[in-house]
Design a protein around this ligand. Sequence first.
Ligand SMILES: *Cc1c(COP(=O)(O)O)cnc(C)c1O
Length: 412
Amino acid sequence: MTSITREECVALDAADPLAALRDEFFLPEGVIYLDGNSLGALPRSTPDRVADMIEREWGRDLIRSWNEAGWWDKPRTLGAKVAPLIGAGPDEVVVGDGTSTNLFKVVVAALRMSERNVVLGERGNFPTDLYITEGAATLTGAVHRRVDPDSAELSAALAEEDVAVLTLSHVDYRSGTLRNMPAITRLAHEHGALVVWDLCHSAGAVPMDLSDSDVDFAVGCTYKYLNGGPGAPAFLYAARRHHAAAQQPLSGWHGHARPFDFSSEYEPAAGVSRFLSGSQPIVADAALESGLDVWAKADMEQVRSKSLHMTDMFLAAAAEIDIETITPTEHARRGSQVALIAPEEGAGYPIVQALIARGVIGDFRDPDVMRFGFTPLYLRYVDVFDAARALVKVVTTDEWRQERFAQRAQVT
Ligand SMILES: *Cc1c(COP(=O)(O)O)cnc(C)c1O
């Protein structure tokens, strides 16, 4: 950290155009939160919003709220609030169910749209993406193959195999590697494949334009950078051009063209609503909506430039004490997190625990990766400075070797 002083960080915070947004969040005293890539912080407006939903909309207005409070349309109104963050049209996104479920819906829908039967995934993807893709392939009689998308394997597989669908994470959950969405989507299309992007670690972390990139389908969760709350419903994007042809497998009544006809025959809704299945968690929708309303005040380009500055600072601090990283140093290939390799085998988990004991919350992912997420809406440059200093201290003084930091919890 020779390159920047704490005073310089204070000055950066004073000049930060996003600084006021920090006040929109509840942040506990004495904590520097570097895990907003796993569970976003609580917006200050959320408790009142949820209480109002429960007491007034549910308690007083009861079933009338399906119409009067707009419960029925929540998947669409929330989808329209996610849309500008991912460069989609407001009629191309719905919110509902979870990322795993939505991934299943779009992978099966995409497979059904193709004559081919190979679904290409990435070897190191988040496990649920692999399991779900595998399950969708088995069900439809397709074959699931896996490649390393950051190597020549990807273009080779697209050229050699009859790939129906390519499924990739936009930002790798472990390393924080950002993939070139427009280029990879174009390449897949040139080879006749449809593309499904998982935006879990990129929505609210990096600017993107699904429309310009000609993306076919995408899914993503809202409890990470979008601050929707634990287990908040996920979003699903389907390009307008596919709405008429796409048939998703979980064809429930909320996806019906006229649900209140209570017809015995399924007829999919005309637009992106056909991707809905059943009733949605309206209480959780209220929490998510208040998170998205904070996002409506943020400029994504400002978020990106602050995020890169912060991850640059943290990477520089790690480099000073010779801690290796698997996060790309090039800005164009970096998301909004830094992943460090433990300086010796088995040190990753206790180092993260020692940092947590000092109030710096990151997390740990096998094998021996220490993950630190940077969320410019509520992090200050001084926080990054102090967190980096804590990391240097924990590692250089061997503080992490204390017995108490070795105990593994269920969630790491
Ligand atoms: C967080 C995350 C998920 C989570 O899926 P859920 O269905 O919400 O549990 C899926 N995929 C990726 C890439 C993620 O980062």
